[in-house]
Each structure stands twice: as structure tokens, then as C-alpha cells.
Write a protein that binds this ligand. Structure first.
Ligand SMILES: CCCCCCCCCCCCC/C=C/[C@@H](O)[C@H](COP(=O)(O)O)NC(=O)CCCCC
Ligand SMILES: Nc1ncnc2c1ncn2[C@@H]1O[C@H](COP(=O)(O)OP(=O)(O)O)[C@@H](O)[C@H]1O
Ligand SMILES: [Ca+2]
Length: 586
């Protein structure tokens, strides 16, 4: 049955596209046009959901690479999302589709543009009108500014979005701006950069929301307030994992289109409490051991650009480290899903949809995870925690698959973007060949969890402590203790990179100075009599100063301008008209 709105918006006319006549129909939900002068079986219909119309302009208009307008009074141009057939990565590339229609009269042209604009307003309530854009000019291959101005700004302009653009001059400028400045009137924040830049925006947006709600974000017991501002990511970094895992492709135009049509993807966030009053938020990797060491090593080679991770990965792999620790985790409900169930979280994911209901109605998944009068390491449901003590190559927690170009299925291929859980991956100490096999499987579709020294658990919270109170670190030969007032592992003279003599963390904020005074703790690892006993945590590309942490997953705390990964397989062999297909072709 048609709604009143659909009836009001319905328009049907015979229009021309080039030298062919089409029957064009605007229903409440779709704009369709079908060739009029062909026999039935040859007729092709193009159908665009109104929600995917980017803009409507009078005249014959072009936008990319440069804007040009031929102002004729019987023409109008419709811009919309067009999916590209090329399948180079896990999701679908979006392009700006454009069709120029010619009407029999100016009156009819004005009727079409008016109806289309009304339909857009009615169907896409989350389309942004005003955006705050942060560009990191130094991220990735240093092309952030160019990417924004040549590929993204024209699309924003076409969609009638007004953007306030800030090119950052220092690290944490975007975070500080979001925490302190007036944000009235902005619908969303867009970051042009990599995961580090996204992380800054995440800290700012979540922090600001909690400040305004009067909540203490440092207390792991507090149920955090979901953030009203949407976040858009224009990929221009090195790993771009958050973009890859939520869109499926690293492509600035695709991401810009998700922003302008006001797509909305909820995202789980992990709060990582790493000392009294110290919290950071992560959506992808919280990793100790291998991933922490790779990040610490890579910071010294930023000049290499994205290749620094390959180089540092090789250096760290060759240093063959493993670390002792106690990992405790609070398992998620095994009936909901499992990290080994071979499903994938795709656009419109049923597991995430069910979780929305559960997360916002069931208090046991939100506020009462920790009782507010007890610390994060002791709470009402202590007997539910599982404790594992041992020596690990790596300990990783991820709220999403964390897929990226290096690993198209990610650290945990069946993880969900918005189910309120994270996946904890424990890789026990093993021989270098075994660990290489584990790493290599990330680049293929082989199951990286199907190895005897790997385990994976779906969890709601995790705690990590140095085994034996960090005694092993203090005992390490080749390291002599030096108290430095609480900075953490691999802090080089108080900062992460840049000095000659390095320090390694001991327990309780104590750091150790390497006697050999080599430039890097990792090359040192090959020459010191004993390797450092403590690694660092990699929190979405930032090094945490303390090895002892407590993490809690907050279901659907933020929203991205994205819709999850679209499964393109159906488009290729789809014989239905797009509006009949209830999968990707919706
Ligand atoms: C023998 C082949 C080995 C290949 C191993 C592939 C494993 C890849 C898993 C990558 C997970 C990425 C998780 C995301 C981390 C980012 O937040 C972080 C910062 O990114 P950016 O701000 O864009 O610089 N990136 C990393 O920590 C890099 C990890 C690279 C590990 C090899
Ligand atoms: N203008 C700037 N100068 C130096 N560092 C910056 C600037 N703007 C942002 N940053 C920092 O740069 C780091 C890396 O940025 P990112 O965009 O993630 O690039 P990449 O993916 O190459 O690491 C982030 O941690 C961010 O805080
Ligand atoms: Ca999740």
C-alpha cells in the first residue's frame, strides 16, 4: 500500500537522455528511468534509491574533475551513487553517477527538481549540512590536502554541505579542538588522514560528549554516553584500517559519498584504562607484544612513509620476542555469535541489529558491567572472569575485523562492528616458523586461529598485568633499573623516538636503561644479553605509556558516515532489478 507521502511525491514523465526517450518515474523511494522506444525484452531500467541521490542541479552540469554548468532551461542533472563493477578489494567502489535529463518544458523541469529535492529531504534525515573537517597534511604519503580539495570538496559542495576546514599544524590539535571549541551547528566531523588521525577525532568526540553529559570517562564502571556527532573518514594514511573495515575499500570518493548521503554505521569502542585517570579509546587494534613492538619500531622510521610498517615488521619478527603476562577476560554470550563461526559482518548485519536492541535495553551489557563502587579489577561479577597466565608472542583485542590492505579479512574476520563485543586473540610463545605461518595467514583466506598456539575469545572486557608483578622485567640481565617517574616501556628518554639511549619498562612505572646504549630497543634485542621483558601496547597506532591496562567494550558508542562492507557478489550475478534485490542492490 502506498503512503500519502509516496503519492504526493510521485512524478511520471517522458524525458530525454541524450537522443533517447525514457519513461522517468519518481516514487517515494526510487528514481527510475526506462527506455521508451524498445521492445519489452530489451528494455533496461536504471533505478536509483532516493537515499543515494547526491544532488540535483538545473542545467547540464559536470562536477569532476572540474565543475561546468550549461544553463539551459529544460535540462536538469541528477548526481547519484553508482557502484563500480571492478572488484579489487572486499567492498564496492562507489563513483559519482551523473545523468542529464531534458524535459519538454521548463515548467516540467522545475517540477522534477522540486520533487527530487523534497524527496531527498524526506528520505535522508541524517544528511549533513555542516561539517568540521580536519586534514593531517603529514599522514600516509602526505597527500591529505590534495585528496580533500580535488576529490572530496567538489562532492561536498554538490551536496550543498558547508565545510569548515582545518589543516592541522601539530599532533592532537584536532582532539583539543573537539574538546574545547564551540561545536554548535556541526552535524559531523570528518578526518582526512589515517588511523592515528581518526583516533584523535575519536578521543575528542567521545571526551566532549562525556564532558557535556557530566560523566567521568576515566572510570571504567561508567556507562558512557553515545556520541551525537557522526564521524567521517577520508582515507589518507598508512594503514587506514578503520576505513577499510567499515567501507571495504580505501577510496576517498567512496568515503565522501557515504558522508554526503548521511550513511550511519554504529561502532563499538574499547575504552583502555592505562593508569589512574588515564583513558584512550580504540576501535581497531589494542595489541601487546608483536604489534606494540612493530609500532614502537616504526615510529623511528616515519620518513619511510607507509613502508615503515613492513620494515619494522621484519625487524621485530627477526628479534623473536615473547612476553610474560596475565590476561583476564570477561566472555561475551556464546549464544549470540563466535569469532570462529565463519560469518562476516556485512552491511545490514543481523547480529549487530539484534545487539542494538540488547545493548540499549539490557543494563547488564551496559552500565552494570563494573559496579560503580569498586575498581575495574574487582567487581560484582568477578567469578565470570577467565584468567590466563603465560608467555605470549602477542595479545590483541579488536572491536572489529581490523581488515586492511595487508590483511583483507583482518585480525579477526568474523568480528562485528556493532555487537558490543571485541575479539581477544592470544598467540602463545612459539617458534619463529610457527609465528610466521600465523602472520602469513592474515594475508590469505586461511584460518589464522586454526593453529595450536593460537586462541580467540569473544569478550566484553579484558585486563592485562605483568606476570609476577613485573619481577621478570626487573631481573633482566643487560638492563639496569632507573626510576623515571612513571613513564612506560620503550620510552626513549621520556619520548618515544629520537634519542640514542633507550629505556625499557619495568614494573610499577620503573624503567630500565639499556647498558649497550644502542639506538633502538629492537636492534638492541639482537645484541643485549637478554631481550626486554616488557612490550608496549599499540592502541590504534598510539603507544600507551603503561603495560598494565584494563579494557571495556562500549557497544555502539560512536557512529560513522558508513554502512559496513557491501557484499558485491550479488551485484555481479544479480538478475533482479535493483529495487527487487534485498541484499546489496537495495
Ligand atoms: C608475512 C606477512 C605478514 C603480514 C602481517 C599482516 C598483519 C596485518 C594486520 C594489521 C592489523 C592492523 C590494525 C590497525 C592498526 C593501525 O591502527 C595502526 C596505525 O595505523 P596508521 O595510523 O594508519 O599508521 N597500524 C599499525 O599498527 C600497523 C601494524 C602493521 C603490522 C605489520
Ligand atoms: N600537523 C601534524 N603534525 C604532526 N603530527 C600530526 C599532525 N596532524 C596530526 N598528526 C598526528 O600524526 C599521527 C599520524 O597520523 P595519520 O593521519 O594517522 O597518518 P599515518 O596513517 O601515516 O600514521 C597521528 O597520531 C596524529 O595525531
Ligand atoms: Ca564488535
Amino acid at each position: 500500500m502506498k503512503t500519502q507521502m509516496e503519492t504526493d511525491l510521485r512524478l511520471e514523465s517522458s524525458l530525454w537522455v541524450g537522443n533517447k526517450r525514457y519513461l522517468a518515474v519518481l516514487t517515494g523511494w526510487h528514481l527510475k528511468w526506462t527506455e521508451a522506444d524498445k521492445k519489452n525484452r530489451d528494455k533496461k531500467t536504471v533505478s536509483v534509491p532516493v537515499a543515494e541521490v547526491v544532488g540535483v542541479e538545473e542545467g547540464r552540469v559536470e562536477v569532476l574533475p572540474h565543475k561546468s554548468v550549461e544553463d539551459t532551461d529544460r535540462d536538469f542533472t541528477v548526481f547519484y551513487v553508482k557502484r563500480s563493477n571492478s572488484r579489487t578489494s572486499s567492498g564496492l567502489l562507489w563513483r559519482l553517477g551523473r545523468t542529464q535529463f531534458t524535459c519538454p518544458s521548463r515548467v516540467l523541469r522545475d517540477q522534477w527538481t522540486k520533487h527530487l529535492r523534497t524527496a531527498l529531504k524526506t528520505h535522508s534525515p541524517l544528511r549533513p549540512h555542516r561539517l568540521l573537517v580536519f586534514i593531517n597534511p603529514f599522514g600516509g604519503k602526505k597527500k591529505g590536502r590534495q585528496i580533500y580539495h580535488s576529490l572530496v570538496a567538489p562532492v561536498f559542495e554538490l551536496a550543498g554541505i558547508s565545510s569548515h576546514v582545518l589543516v592541522t599544524e601539530r599532533a592532537n590539535q584536532a582532539r583539543d579542538h573537539l574538546l574545547k571549541k564551540d561545536l554548535t551547528g556541526f552535524d559531523g566531523v570528518v578526518c582526512v588522514g589515517g588511523d592515528g588521525m581518526f583516533s584523535e577525532v575519536l578521543q575528542g568526540v567521545i571526551g566532549r560528549t562525556q564532558q557535556e553529559a557530566g560523566l567521568c570517562e576515566n572510570d571504567p564502571a561508567v556507562a558512557l554516553q553515545p556520541c551525537p556527532l557522526h564521524i567521517g573518514i577520508i582515507p589518507a594514511g598508512s594503514t587506514d584500517c578503520v576505513c577499510y573495515a567499515t567501507v571495504g575499500v580505501i577510496d576517498p570518493v567512496t568515503s565522501a559519498l557515504h558522508v554526503v548521503i548521511g550513511d550511519s554505521q554504529p561502532l563499538d569502542v574499547c575504552s583502555v584504562h592505562h593508569g589512574p585517570g588515564q583513558v584512550r579509546y580504540s576501535v581497531s587494534l589494542v595489541g601487546y607484544g608483536f604489534y606494540g613492538d612493530v609500532l614502537a619500531e616504526s615510529e623511528k622510521h616515519r620518513w619511510m612513509g607507509p613502508f615503515r610498517y613492513d620494515y619494522s615488521g621484519a625487524v621485530v619478527f627477526l628479534s623473536n620476542r615473547s612476553y610474560r603476562g596475565t590476561v583476564q577476560y570477561l566472555p561475551a554470550d556464546p549464544l549470540m555469535s563466535s569469532p570462529r563461526d565463519k560469518t562476516r559482518c556485512l552491511s545490514g548485519c543481523g547480529v549487530c541489529a539484534k545487539s542494538t536492541e540488547r545493548l540499549f535495553t539490557n543494563s547488564s551489557d551496559s552500565g552494570s558491567l563494573y559496579s560503580s563502587n569498586s575498581g575495574p579489577f574487582s567487581n560484582g561479577s568477578e567469578d565470570e572472569w577467565v584468567s590466563v597466565d603465560g608467555r605470549f608472542k602477542s595479545v590483541s583485542l579488536t572491536c572489529m575485523s581490523s581488515s586492511c590492505a595487508k590483511s583483507p579479512l583482518g585480525l579477526s574476520p568474523s568480528a562485528h562492528l556493532a555487537d558490543g563485543t571485541g575479539d581477544l586473540i592470544l598467540v602463545w610463545d612459539t617458534n619463529p616458523l610457527g609465528f610466521l605461518a600465523f602472520l602469513y595467514r592474515h594475508t590469505t583466506d586461511q584460518d589464522q586461529f586454526d593453529l595450536p598456539f593460537v586462541e580467540v575469545h569473544r569478550v566484553k572486557a579484558v585486563r592485562f598485568a605483568l606476570a609476577g608483578g613485573g619481577e621478570e622485567a626487573e631481573d633482566s640481565e643487560g638492563l639496569r633499573g632507573a626510576v623515571d617517574g612513571g613513564d612506560g616501556a620503550y620510552v626513549e628518554n621520556g619520548s618515544i623516538a629520537g634519542s640514542q639511549q633507550h629505556l625499557a619498562a619495568g614494573a610499577n612505572g620503573q624503567t630500565m636503561t639499556c647498558e649497550d646504549k644502542t639506538t633502538s630497543p629492537f636492534t638492541c634485542g639482537l645484541c643485549c644479553r637478554k631481550a626486554p621483558a616488557v612490550s608496549v601496547w599499540n592502541c590504534d597506532g598510539e603507544i600507551l605509556p603503561s603495560p598494565e591496562i584494563c579494557c571495556r567494550i562500549h557497544g555502539q558508542l560512536v557512529r560513522l558516515y558508513a554502512r559496513g562492507i557491501e557484499d558485491g557478489t550479488f551485484l555481479e550475478d544479480c538478475t533482479e532489478e535493483r529495487e527487487e534485490c534485498n541484499r546489496t542492490c537495495r
